[in-house]
Write a protein that binds this ligand. Structure first.
Ligand SMILES: NC(=O)C1=CN([C@@H]2O[C@H](COP(=O)(O)OP(=O)(O)OC[C@H]3O[C@@H](n4cnc5c(N)ncnc54)[C@H](OP(=O)(O)O)[C@@H]3O)[C@@H](O)[C@H]2O)C=CC1
Ligand SMILES: CC(C)CCC[C@@H](C)[C@H]1CC[C@H]2C3=CC[C@H]4[C@H](C)C(=O)CC[C@]4(C)[C@H]3CC[C@]12C
Length: 340
């Protein structure tokens, strides 16, 4: 196990970040290490170990005394998630922070007509802030027979957190689950009868809305056991996830315009460092003080100042409970199928 030192977990805060080898996840790791250089046992959970090694080396270059371990996990694969959770249970007695950040938006398509229509409507600011109604994706099916976006962004994380329950639930010590959701999460894209979004063209929005609902249900279930869940939106950030939407030369041309747009909507955080603001902010908050109905947004002002703002989500308890029950049924189904 790369960088693993038994006994270390007793003194340090244990933080595990999924999708930690690039973008917002990697930026968060850098920010956490700058905040608590010595007091952190950081575990980077990544599907690609080569990229994980590169990320670990980069973090160690800027934080040479940091304790960083790696964990192989593909959140879209049931067996990989179960195996990774087993490994975490062997390594640690307790997890203080579990950042559920890995995510995909495969084959994104910009609806150019809807975009230009939106440009000349009153929806313009919200269109830029959320991307609502102008982006579609083409989903795939995993070898477990699940929709890939649902499996990667939501279900793999759900299963992982459930498998880590003994490390997350303690009456004398609190733990935090922090989901990287999105302002692109919309109720209209989500259907309880089709929670994997097999039929629609907005699996990304659906999976993020599901994570907002799930976070609420987790709070209902687990707060008494010291586990708190919250969701954040990093804003619009230039990362591998968004580069795919347009050709790279167009992004370069658009950059000055994006800096200008930031004057009107602070949601254009643009860099992974800025996007990680809300994730970093929640690290410093008492979980009991957080609002389970709020999404915490990373925002960057026209002058480049970062801050975090909570906004009420369009979710309700009844729907969150129904989703939770459906996820439990799917969990027992996939475990049975994998003979677990
Ligand atoms: N960029 C943006 O504007 C926004 C991003 N977000 C969310 O932020 C999160 C981070 O994305 P971002 O940093 O932008 O994009 P990146 O593509 O840079 O990061 C995504 C991370 O998730 C990992 N990942 C993807 N699929 C899997 C998988 N099956 N198993 C394990 N890890 C996986 C990637 O690993 P690998 O290198 O192996 O692909 C990578 O480390 C995502 O959840 C995204 O939805 C939310 C709102 C806006
Ligand atoms: C001149 C045009 C071709 C410029 C098109 C710009 C759009 C491609 C982008 C404008 C706003 C962007 C987004 C906003 C919200 C993001 C959301 C929070 C998320 O989770 C994923 C990515 C976004 C939808 C992002 C995607 C690109 C834009 C629509």
């Amino acid at each position: 196990v790369v960088g693993f030192q038994p006994g270390l977990t007793k003194m340090k805060l244990v933080v595990l970040v999924t999708g930690a080898n690039s973008g917002i996840g990697l930026a968060l790791c850098g920010r956490l290490l700058s905040e608590v250089p010595e007091g952190l046992q950081l575990c980077l959970a990544c599907r690609n170990m080569h990229r994980a090694e590169v990320a670990r080396s980069a973090l160690l270059t800027s934080h040479p005394t940091a304790h960083i371990t790696l964990l192989q996990m593909d959140t879209s694969s049931i067996s990989s998630v179960i195996k990774a959770a087993q490994e975490v249970r062997l390594r640690y007695e307790h997890l203080d922070y579990l950042y559920l950040n890995a995510g995909i938006m495969p084959n994104p398509q910009l609806d150019v007509k809807a975009f230009f229509k939106g440009l000349f409507s009153s929806r313009i600011i919200s269109m830029f802030a959320t991307g609502e109604g102008i982006l579609t994706q083409q989903d795939n099916v995993t070898s477990d027979g699940l929709q890939e976006v649902f499996a990667t962004n939501l279900f793999g994380h759900f299963l992982f957190a459930r498998e880590l329950e003994p490390l997350l639930c303690h009456t004398h010590r609190s733990s935090q689950l922090i989901w990287t959701s999105s302002s692109n999460a919309h109720r209209s894209a989500f259907d309880l009868e089709d929670m994997q979004h097999r039929r629609g063209t907005q699996p990304y929005s659906s999976s993020k809305y599901a994570s907002d609902l799930l976070s609420l249900a987790l709070n209902t279930r687990y707060n008494k056991q010291g586990l708190y869940s919250s969701v954040i939106c990093p804003g619009f950030v230039m990362t591998n996830l968004t580069y795919n939407i347009l050709p790279s030369f167009l992004w370069t041309l658009l950059m000055p315009i994006f800096w200008l747009i930031r004057v009107f909507t602070h949601t254009f955080t643009l860099t992974p460092y800025n996007g990680a603001e809300a994730l970093f902010c929640l690290f410093k908050q008492k979980p009991e003080s957080l609002d389970p109905y709020a999404k915490y947004h990373s925002l960057t002002s026209g002058l480049g100042k970062n801050y975090t703002e909570p906004k009420k989500m369009d979710i309700d308890l009844e729907m969150s409970e129904l989703l939770y029950k459906k996820l439990l049924i799917l969990e027992s189904h996939v475990k049975k199928k994998n003979s677990l």
